[in-house]
Design a binder for this molecule. Sequence first.
Ligand code: DC
Length: 203
Amino acid sequence: MSFCVAIDGPAAAGKGTISREVARHFGLAHLDTGLLYRAVGARVAEGEAPLDAAKALVADDLARGDLRSAAVAQAASRVAAIPEVRAALVDFQRAFARRAGGAVLDGRDIGTVICPDAEVKLYVTASDEIRAERRLKELQGSGFDTDYATVLADIRSRDARDASRVDAPMVAAADAILLDTSRMTIAEAVARAVAEVGRALRR
Ligand code: DC
């Protein structure tokens, strides 16, 4: 069975948790595509050329301990605006999307570019302020020393860059189901996503 769930949306909207839980619930493989851009961004911050870094990515890069930092997130957003970098990462993502057994991919362009024929597309959003509060808790929980204003500014600048780039900008696919998690608990958001995917699986 090939079955693709595409989950897109801005930074810190809850895509990661929702994707992981949907994958676990239905026994699907999960790829956090943001990690690919973060790993390229981290290599570029160390002096590598963006396209070389994208072509040289290996599994170990995705296991680096520093990929969740705000600095790496910004580096990821910058390299993600380079069309050649995106092109170098397409084949891997498309193969993952159509692997036997089915897959959940989360990112910014999964429903529009990577897997436009996905069986289910979700676009997960929340207000800037709520996303910043959630990301602040997450970062502080992982030992990062930061504050609300910094996190909010970081999210807004990344979203602006991700939404305005020419190649594969962050945008909801026309046929995506919108999931605004601003007033939902994470359990409620996961339940909604599981229900939508379940409906598509039964079709
Ligand atoms: O999902 P994330 O916050 O880990 O993503 C980090 C950056 O990578 C994000 O700001 C934009 C880029 N990205 C992208 O351009 N396309 C994707 N499919 C996933 C992430």
